[in-house]
Every structure is written in structure tokens, then in C-alpha cells.
Design a protein around this ligand. Structure first.
Ligand SMILES: Nc1ncnc2c1ncn2[C@@H]1O[C@H](COP(=O)(O)OP(=O)(O)OP(=O)(O)O)[C@@H](O)[C@H]1O
Length: 296
């Protein structure tokens, strides 16, 4: 199956500083992918490279098998809603829809109009007069109505109220299953990702810490709680993702094919949020990197 996004040693420099470095990733089609990581990890940079808004400084990236933004056909297949929900302040809502229809060969006008009406947006209102959440809804409607094969969303729901967020995520899930849409969305709201994503990528310091189907990730990660000890004393097949210690107790989030049966340890399940926090844990990120490099 064609990867929706494949990057090999991808890097982007702004001036002399790397915003993204040595990023290697391979995301299969047919998923709603959650991209998560700390502020400044390089998520927006990766998404802008994926839609062709930025050119790589190093390495390569292919989206749906082609060069991002390389041809009109490629542009038609990829939708992008940037973090700052770009709309034209002086154009009305209706003019945005007309522009969308003119620029996008697969434009779904019925869906766009129905969604605008359902959201209570007035077609004659100028985008510059809309609230932040209404502007976000307009930008998301334009992205969905384009009927892309891949929709890239940079923090799409941040400005939406909880009900609007819920409705939008539901719409996204329906569009993904009805129209075979793949989605890559970045978000700091892990509860949103939990609701809608079936594939997760954690990016820390521009490196992919973990990527995979969420159901697989949740069955291969466990929390171990037991008497305080050094991570090196855990069985070799329990790869330590994060470690926390009190005077007497150690708690590890580990990745392993099967949980340990050592009675010294209490094994419990992790939630998606536990998993994300464990991989974002800066205390052990350096240790993980060294371990990965040794294994590689
Ligand atoms: N236009 C720019 N010029 C210079 N540096 C930039 C620019 N855009 C981003 N950066 C830097 O690149 C790094 C990665 O930024 P990026 O916006 O990709 O991170 P992010 O993971 O999306 O962060 P956030 O979660 O805060 O949105 C940061 O150190 C940022 O300061």
C-alpha cells in the first residue's frame, strides 16, 4: 500500500537552526494519524514540508508517492489547514466557497454549503469579522470540501468549543470512512486524539520516538510498579520508555511483546495519554535515543 507520508532523514533549517532534523517516518494510507509532541518539536515544520509549503534542507519526503506540491494533480490530492486557520479577512464566507469551487477539481459544494448552514455561519459575513472558532470552522470546511485523499491539519480543533470539537472530530471520522480519506493531524489535546486517531506518531526534538497503530501501541506498552531499582535491572525484553522513582518505588512505562511475569512487579495497562507523556518525558528521552542508536 502507498504510504501517505514517507520521510527519509528529512531536515529543515531556518537560518542556522534546525527546526527538524533526521526525521524518518513511514505512515501507511487509510488512517487518522495523530501527530503529537512538545512545543517546538517540529510538528508544524513537518506538516508544512508535507504539503509543499516548505522545501527540505536535507533528506527527502514523499506524500501519496509524489513530491509535495509538485504538480497540480498532487496539489488536488492533499488538503492542508494550517495552525493559524488561514482565511481571507476581506472575503465573505460565500466567496470562500466560490473560491474553493474554482480552485479544486473535486470540490464538494453540497457538503460545504450544508456544513456552513449547520454551523450557523452567515454566507454574507466577512471572514475577518468571524470569531477565532468560526474562522477555524470555515477553514476546516474548505479542507474537507476539497475532497482530498490526504487531509493535513495543524492543531485543527484548538480554537473550537468542546461541542464543536466533538462534532468536527465525528465529521472527520465519517469522512475518513466514507471517502477513504487519510488524515494527519497534530494536536496537544490527547483526549481528541484518543477519540479519533487510530495511528499515533510522537515527535520529540524533531525525532520520531514511536509510530504505529494505537491499538498495537496500547497492547505492547505496560506500566510496571515495584521496589525502587535501576532501569538496567529490568528484564532485557522490557524496553524502558520512561522511569519515575520515589524513595521506595519505581514506576516504568515499558514496551514489550508480553508483560513481565516477575512477581516483584505490578503490571497495569497504559492509556494513550500515559503513552504520549512517557515518550515526551525529557528525563528519559536521551536515554532512549542512546538505546535506539545502540540497537540500530
Ligand atoms: N519561520 C520560522 N523561522 C525561524 N524558526 C522557526 C520558524 N518556524 C519554526 N521555527 C522554529 O523551528 C522549531 C520547530 O517549530 P515548529 O513550529 O515546527 O514546532 P511545533 O512542534 O509545531 O511546535 P508547537 O507545538 O509549539 O506548535 C522551533 O524551534 C521554532 O522556533
Amino acid at each position: 500500500m502507498t504510504a501517505v507520508l514517507r520521510a527519509q532523514a528529512l531536515g529543515k533549517k531556518y537560518g542556522r537552526r534546525w527546526a527538524l532534523r533526521e526525521c524518518t517516518i513511514d505512515i501507511p494510507a487509510g488512517h487518522i494519524v495523530g501527530l503529537v509532541g512538545p512545543n517546538g518539536a517540529g510538528k508544524s515544520t513537518l506538516l508544512k514540508l508535507a504539503c509543499g509549503q516548505l522545501e527540505p534542507t536535507a533528506g527527502g519526503i514523499a506524500v501519496l508517492g509524489g513530491r509535495p506540491g509538485g504538480t497540480p494533480a498532487q496539489l488536488a490530492k492533499v488538503g492542508f489547514v494550517a495552525q493559524d486557520t488561514p482565511v481571507y479577512a476581506s472575503l465573505t464566507v460565500a466567496e470562500h466557497l466560490r473560491l474553493g469551487a474554482r480552485l479544486n477539481p473535486r470540490w464538494d459544494d453540497g457538503m460545504a454549503r450544508e456544513r456552513i448552514a449547520r454551523l450557523g455561519l452567515v454566507p454574507a459575513h466577512r471572514a475577518g469579522k468571524l470569531s477565532g472558532g468560526q474562522r477555524a470552522q470555515l477553514a476546516l470546511t474548505l479542507g474537507l470540501a476539497k475532497r482530498p485523499d490526504l487531509l493535513i491539519l495543524d492543531e485543527p480543533a484548538a480554537a473550537l468549543d468542546p461541542l464543536a470539537r466533538h462534532e468536527f472530530l465525528q465529521h472527520l471520522r465519517e469522512a475518513a470512512s466514507e471517502h477513504k480519506l487519510s488524515v494527519v493531524l497534530s494536536s496537544h489535546l490527547v483526549s481528541d486524539l484518543e477519540q479519533v486517531c487510530d495511528y499515533l506518531v510522537v515527535l520529540v526534538d524533531s525525532r520520531v520516538q514511536i509510530a504505529g497503530r494505537t491499538d498495537h501501541l496500547l497492547t505492547t506498552h505496560h506500566r510496571l510498579t515495584g521496589p525502587r531499582c535501576d532501569p538496567g535491572r529490568l528484564p532485557a525484553d522490557q524496553y524502558v520508555v520512561s522511569a519515575r522513582h520515589t524513595d521506595r518505588q519505581s514506576t516504568f512505562v515499558v514496551r514489550a511483546g508480553a508483560p513481565t511475569h516477575d512477581p516483584a512487579w505490578t503490571v497495569s495497562r497504559v492509556s494513550l495519554e500515559d503513552l504520549v507523556l512517557a515518550y515526551m518525558d525529557q528525563h528519559t528521552a536521551e536515554h532512549r535515543r542512546v538505546a535506539q542508536e545502540v540497537r540500530g
